[in-house]
Ligand binder design. Structure first.
Ligand code: ZN
Length: 137
């Protein structure tokens, strides 16, 4: 029997080899790096946010196929969505979007982009709160 974790679907390999959202947004409001030391995955997400809507989203990655495909699928999903909608995506959503059984060891690969996104959103919110307080003074 083959190791199911190695049975990547064509969709995953396609996202891995031809990511739709690869790149770096220079004037991004959200810029967040995420690392999964277990696998060696290293990604950076950049998001352009206007009026709480994700106008554009890109990523650079030096990661395995699962992590890269997951990042690409995630960014496609959140483009045009509000920050609140992006935040409502769960780890289960991220894993099931891959449509393959993910072994416990690879779960961290699959959810790394989502965890990174949420970290980025959190610091973005903190920053905009600080900006609001400083402008009202
Ligand atoms: Zn990985």
């Amino acid at each position: 029997m083959k190791d199911s974790s190695l049975m990547y679907t064509e969709a995953i390999l396609d996202h891995y080899k031809n990511p739709r959202n690869s790149g770096n947004i220079a004037d991004a409001q959200i810029r967040q790096r995420g690392i999964n030391p277990i696998c060696g995955d290293d990604i950076e997400l950049t998001l352009k946010v206007e009026a709480d809507v994700v106008k554009d989203a890109k990523f650079t990655s030096n990661s395995c196929a699962i992590s890269t495909a997951s990042a690409d699928m995630l960014l496609t999903k959140i483009k045009g969505k509000t920050i609140a909608q992006a935040e409502s995506i769960t780890s289960d959503d991220a894993v099931s979007a891959l449509h393959i059984p993910i072994s416990p060891a690879r779960i961290k690969c699959a959810v790394l982009p989502l965890v990174t996104l949420k970290d980025g959103i959190n610091s973005f919110k903190k920053k905009s709160k600080e900006n609001k307080t400083s402008t009202t003074e």
